[in-house]
Design a protein around this ligand. Structure first.
Ligand code: SF4
Ligand code: SF4
Length: 187
C-alpha cells in the first residue's frame, strides 16, 4: 500500500454515510486479515482486501476509486463469509465500483467495466445473456479483438455458443428493472 500519511482532512464523510446506508460497517474491522488470506484472487490485487477496508474506514474514497482491486474482485463473498465482524466487504467493492462509474473515474482495469456493461446490455435487451452478441460488443468496445479466440471457437464447436439469442418470458419486466424507474442516485 502507498505509505503516504493519511490526513483526517481527507476523510470523505459523504462516502462514509453511503457505506452506513448500505449496512457496510467498515468501522468494525480490527484488521485480523481473515478476509485477505481467504481471497481467491488476492494475489492479483494492488491493495489487499484488509487495506481496502482500512482505507474505507478512514473515508479515503479517492484512493480507493483509483485502485485495481475494486475491479479485479470477483464478488465471490469469501471475505464477507470469513469476516468475524460480518462486514459486507463484497458490497463495499460494489459501492466503490458504482461510485467510480458515476463519477466518471478512469478505471485502473478499463476492460472490466466494458465487459460488465456488455453483459448487462445483453441482459437488458434479451432478458438473459446472449453470449455471441455480448462478446462482440465487448470486443468492439475494448479493442481486444483476438483475445480468447481459440477458446471461443472451441465453445462454438461444442454448441456452447448460440448464433441467435434465446427468447424468455418476462422481458418487459426485465426492461423495467433496467430503466432504473423509481431509483434516484447521487454522484
Ligand atoms: S476479516 Fe473482517 S475484521 Fe478481519 S481484517 Fe477483514 S474486514 Fe477486518
Ligand atoms: S468478494 Fe472479492 S475481495 Fe472478497 S474474497 Fe471474493 S474476490 Fe476477494
Amino acid at each position: 500500500m502507498d505509505k503516504t500519511n493519511i490526513s483526517p482532512d481527507e476523510r470523505n464523510e459523504k462516502f462514509l454515510t453511503k457505506l452506513q446506508e448500505r449496512d457496510v460497517d467498515v468501522q468494525a474491522c480490527f484488521q485480523c486479515g481473515r478476509c485477505s488470506s481467504g481471497c481467491p484472487v488476492g494475489e492479483f490485487f494492488d491493495l489487499s482486501v484488509m487495506e481496502v477496508v482500512r482505507l474505507a474506514s478512514y473515508g479515503q474514497e479517492e484512493r480507493l476509486l483509483g485502485c485495481h482491486t475494486i475491479w479485479l474482485c470477483a464478488a465471490c463473498e469469501t471475505c464477507a463469509t470469513r469476516c468475524p465482524n460480518d462486514i459486507e466487504i463484497a458490497a463495499l467493492m460494489d459501492v466503490l465500483r458504482e461510485i467510480s462509474l458515476r463519477k466518471g473515474v478512469s478505471p485502473a482495469e478499463p476492460r472490466i467495466p466494458v465487459f460488465h456493461k456488455s453483459f448487462l446490455g445483453s441482459i437488458g435487451r434479451w432478458g438473459r445473456a446472449y453470449e455471441i452478441g455480448m462478446i462482440g460488443t465487448y470486443k468492439l468496445k475494448s479493442g481486444d479483438l483476438m483475445g480468447d479466440m481459440a477458446l471461443g471457437m472451441r465453445m462454438f464447436m461444442k454448441g456452447k455458443l448460440k448464433l441467435v439469442p434465446h427468447s424468455i418470458d418476462g422481458k418487459a419486466e426485465i426492461k423495467e428493472i433496467f430503466s432504473g424507474k423509481g431509483k434516484e442516485y447521487d454522484r
